[in-house]
Design a protein around this ligand. Sequence first.
Ligand SMILES: *Cc1c(COP(=O)(O)O)cnc(C)c1O
Length: 449
Amino acid sequence: MVLNAALLDLPVLPALEQEWQRRVRTDPQLLFDIHHAVGGPFHVIYPEQFARNLRSFQASLAGHGVRGQVYYGKKANKAGCWLPTIADLDGAVDVASEPELVHALAHGIRGRDIGVTGAAKTDALLRLAARHDCVVAIDALDELARIAEIARSAGPVRILLRRLPPSAPHSRFGLSAADLDTAITLCAQWQPQIELIGFSFHLDGYAVAPRAELAFDLIQLCAKTKAQGLPITTLSIGGGFACRYVGDDDWQAFLDHRRDDWFHAGKRFEKFYPYAQEPTGADMLDAILRTSFDGRTLASHLRDNDIQLFIEPGRALLIDAGFTVFPVLGFKQNADYGITTVHGLSMSVSEQWKGSEFLLDPILVPRRTDPAAQPIASCVGGASCMEYDVLTWRKVPLPQRPAHGDLLLYPNTAGYQMDKNESEFHQLPLPPKVVVTHQEGRFLWRLDR
Ligand SMILES: *Cc1c(COP(=O)(O)O)cnc(C)c1O
């Protein structure tokens, strides 16, 4: 869909919208009440959607008769509200720091349902993990030696050995084939303090085939290692489950008609996140499990070898589970498009941080709708004094001129956009996260803890 000539033939990228978000944003009071209470910008998060996303992954595993566990990649959004939801649904959490681990424990996740990943980990994190029976993905030989030392006093520790992906030889994560061999030999010697339960990997990108292929290779390694007497039970294929934010036609139109003058101040971007892809979420897990090797599906290889499958989705558990609201401070018209300035910083929409742009059309929530309003095009700037503090360089269509006191909503920001790059620059407080729940026909809200 492309707008009329008066708006510079701007492409539009309307977010696919869940019913809960439509109802919250069209409520005549709710967002303005929250803004009144918190003052500045804020994030709205909806744990019920997270629960739906988690159940769909669990249903996919169950549908294939594959035992396993879904670990939430916690770095994708640090809110506390997801954690009791995970605990209630018997899910698990993947962490990479002591505060993340402690936060998960404090909100009811059992240590045995916490996975610890990341490059070289601190001794304190390894000790905490060992004492709470977490599963630790070991990234290097020296780390294996350190956790073996820690396990002498902290008790037996369950570990996975993380494989350096052969398809990504320059990755700084995981063990090479040679180091993996050495590590397995050491794990055999260091039993029972070191309990090698299996292997793991995490791949960049969102493709099915490389995940299925590396999984199949590691199933062979699991079988071989089990035959050597090690207590192998598990394969973890990491995260990176694809997500969809916009319709295929809108995305294709954007890619096909993209022009450099669509962006404020001649700004150019090399690449964007793929906002429309297929398969996504649990359907992508299905596709991985259905991939065939030697005439049988990956799922049947897992079942036959009695291996449970761990997955670690971050973004895909958060899809459709939150949005971000910035109060409008002002608007001015330039030659052919406007500049909207909001109360808040571009660091609160983290995609900007990666030299990219969060592309979904922001949605204007006007305090008053103007029946005679003309649509306008605008970029969106932040409240700091830096020229490059821009939330949206793209000239986006808005149904009317934004005015001080209106709200500007960025849809579908829960995955990575909310806190990955947030900053108190200018001594501006971090935008709070507001948890919305639906009870007896109305929405309640509270601050996340
Ligand atoms: C970041 C990360 C994840 C989550 O990745 P998503 O792309 O959000 O699904 C899972 N596992 C590991 C080891 C990670 O580093």
